[in-house]
Design a protein around this ligand. Structure first.
Ligand code: ADE
Ligand code: ZN
Length: 349
């Protein structure tokens, strides 16, 4: 691995900034920045109990997945109309584009909206509108991953899958998020089998340091047959599962800044050990409005903490394009862009 040009921290920051990036783990509802939350509350005539950005920011406080989710779900109440969902997606995509993100696969949680009376069609049509607008105006491409809330029933998940079928072209894959405790992947085996039959790609959250993390990762890999795992770095505890994930080319969507909020550290050692073992780990932002770190901050935090060189940063970006659910032609285009950028900076990975 050579690293000639981007060898000082300042150079590395600039290298990360300009790097063509791919984000695979971002929750659209987790991109609800305090200013947009206030603006949407005002537009919908809702009293959310805060009237300034600082007051909203002060409510974004948590130290675990459970305490984060307790703030996160009520905040979504300001999303009511298709225009709200469109504005949220567009605002995130504009921010991502300004940071050099070229392609993104974004989670959305329809049950967090249908469960409070917002129709599925409103949610997906709004998000899709924001994506189409961002593509036309800013050149960034995006796709949607429908996530089931794992703390709700498998029956509700299946009913949601049925509601999604008419919008198949707008959904690239199916995921699983929310509170993992007591909600293993196997609970959703039938729903994910049906999603696979429908031709969707599959991913699942295996959050960090959960009760039964390793068993959940095993189920996701062996019983569900996922294409990717979101987080999942506890896999380092099982060399046999690491070998299996590597052999199958399974992607891991890691979120260093988010990790440092909901656990004791950013899990840099685990991420870098997997990277150096040849597992396809990637860097992502998760819920950037809540954790305060978008893509560049996540790359920079991991690089600084683990002492990565530019070649390793490049390898992380390459992994993301490689495990993204792109057509071969689109993937080749992004990889060529990445290679040209690296060559201009004298970096090889
Ligand atoms: N929903 C939003 N972010 C999440 C995360 N990191 N884990 C589980 N559910 C989530
Ligand atoms: Zn997540």
């Amino acid at each position: 691995m050579t690293d000639t040009a981007a060898s000082t921290p300042t150079d590395l920051a600039a290298f990360i900034e300009g790097l063509p990036k791919c984000e695979l783990h971002v929750h659209l509802e987790g991109t609800l920045a305090p200013d947009l939350k206030l603006a949407l509350a005002q537009r919908n005539g809702l009293d959310i109990g805060q009237t300034t950005v600082e007051e909203v920011e002060a409510t974004y406080q948590f130290d675990s997945l459970t305490s984060f989710l307790a703030v996160y779900y009520p905040a979504m109440g300001v999303l009511v109309t298709a225009e709200d969902f469109s504005d949220l997606a567009y605002a995130y995509l504009a921010k991502a584009a300004s940071l050099g993100v070229r392609y993104v696969e974004m989670f959305f949680d329809p049950q967090a909206h249908t469960g409070r009376g917002v129709p599925f069609s409103t949610v997906i049509q709004g998000y899709r509108q924001g994506i189409v607008r961002a593509r036309a105006e800013l050149g960034i491409s995006g796709e949607l991953i429908l996530c089931f809330l794992r703390d709700l029933s498998a029956e509700f998940a299946m009913a949601t899958l049925m509601e999604a079928l008419p919008y198949k072209e707008w959904i690239i894959g199916i995921g699983l998020d929310s509170d993992e405790r007591g909600n293993p992947p196997s609970k959703f085996a039938a729903v994910f089998a049906r999603a696979r039959q429908e031709g969707w790609q599959l991913t699942m959250h295996c959050d960090i340091d959960q009760e039964g993390s390793i068993e959940h990762i095993r189920q996701a890999l062996q019983e569900i047959g996922v294409d990717r795992i979101d987080h999942g770095t506890n896999i380092v505890e099982s060399p046999a599962l690491v070998a299996e994930a590597k052999e199958r080319g399974v992607g891991f969507t890691c979120c260093p800044v988010s990790n440092s909020f909901v656990t004791a550290d950013m899990k840099a050692d685990e991420i870098v050990s997997l990277l150096r073992d040849g597992v396809r780990v990637t860097v992502n932002s998760d819920d950037p409005a809540y954790f305060g770190g978008y893509m560049t901050e996540n790359y920079a935090a991991l690089a600084a903490h683990a002492g990565l060189d530019a070649g390793e940063v490049l390898a992380l970006a390459r992994n993301a394009f490689e495990v993204a659910w792109l057509t071969p032609r689109a993937r080749d285009g992004y990889l060529a862009e990445l290679d040209a950028y690296a060559a201009r900076h004298g970096v090889t990975g």
